[in-house]
Design a protein around this ligand. Structure first.
Ligand SMILES: *Cc1c(COP(=O)(O)O)cnc(C)c1O
Length: 227
């Protein structure tokens, strides 16, 4: 068994345990293997061991790797520059990082030209870290409401990147807050919003994220090893 195969087994077990604590079915949780900087061989290894979702934070790397494993679903998880939008539309299954108004305008413009609808997650900067992208919690509802004017964008959920901490328990309140926001929005009806995904949790904290309601986790180092 390769290291990657063994890592996947162990991550799946950890997902199962966290899902049991959260009283949800582990099948409801999508593991996105974050393959930034890893080589093709490692991506294929993960695919052969059952991984069907991959995440990249750069458009070029996503486009290159998408060609190798085109049957997988490719997620864009990193900051998207407006000049790269045209290269990722139609390739990414889901863009997790809609983090600013100018980007929404740009996606709408390109998607209109291409005649496609683009599923995105709204990136929320829950902890309000100045180093991180995303809309703040108080801005979220107005931002979502305004997105109703863009018929080629569908908001499928929320995403956050928690602060780096020693003990994952420290970021539990961040995940809990995003979950609360997710529930509030899900109960309302906004145009072009169809809430399904809550993308939170990475190597350092995915179990806590699942316990707080994540249904997409983005795991890099625990799966592929240190970068
Ligand atoms: C790199 C990255 C991850 C994965 O981080 P690990 O610590 O390797 O699990 C998850 N989400 C985003 C947005 C990332 O950039």
């Amino acid at each position: 068994m390769s290291d990657i195969a063994a890592n996947i087994v162990s991550i799946r077990q950890r997902i199962e345990r966290a899902a049991a604590t959260a009283r949800c079915s582990p099948e409801r949780i999508t593991l996105v293997a974050v393959s930034k900087t890893v080589n093709e061989k490692a991506v294929l290894d993960a695919y052969q061991n059952g991984v069907r979702d991959f995440g990249e934070n750069r458009v070029q790397e996503l486009a290159d790797k998408e060609r190798i494993v085109s049957q997988a679903r490719w997620h864009l998880i990193g900051r998207l520059q407006t000049n790269k939008v045209k290269d990722v539309l139609g390739k990414a299954f889901l863009i997790h990082s809609l983090d600013r108004w100018a980007l929404a305008e740009y996606i709408e413009k390109r998607a209109t030209k291409m005649g496609i609808n683009v599923p995105v997650l709204l990136q929320v900067n829950v902890a309000g870290e100045t180093s991180k992208a995303g809309v703040t919690v108080p801005e979220t509802v107005l931002f979502l409401d305004s997105l109703g004017q863009f018929p080629h964008i569908t908001v499928r959920g929320l995403m956050t990147i928690a602060p780096e901490v020693e003990d994952p328990e420290e970021v539990r309140p961040v995940f809990r807050e995003l979950r609360r926001l997710f529930d509030v929005i899900s109960k309302q009806s906004y145009t072009n919003v169809d809430m399904k995904y809550l993308s939170m949790g990475m190597t350092q904290d995915f179990e806590v994220a699942i316990e707080e309601g994540a249904n997409i986790i983005r795991v890099g180092r625990a799966l592929f090893g240190p970068r």
